[in-house]
Ligand binder design. Structure first.
Ligand SMILES: [Zn+2]
Length: 75
């Protein structure tokens, strides 16, 4: 598993505020990709790509409300 962490600035969070935050990207040996954005203030945007080609996408606002929760390309 390899992980990269990147600090970003001035990105629009799930709630529409422009904030800084951190992005984590992980890959495991099966080529499953996690791409997670954690915005300052608490919003999160999380994307997982699976080796069968399906992709899940979750967007959670800083107050915990789930704005998006989907699985694309499920076999
Ligand atoms: Zn927010």
């Amino acid at each position: 598993m390899s992980t990269t962490t990147t600090r970003f600035t001035n990105q629009e969070a799930s709630c529409g505020r422009v904030v800084d935050g951190e992005r984590f990207r992980d890959w495991d040996e099966e080529c499953v990709l996690s791409d997670e954005l954690f915005y300052d203030g608490g919003c999160r945007s999380i994307r997982h790509e699976y080796h069968d080609g399906s992709v899940s996408h979750n967007v959670v606002r800083h107050d915990g409300k789930v704005l998006e929760d989907e699985l694309i390309g499920e076999q």
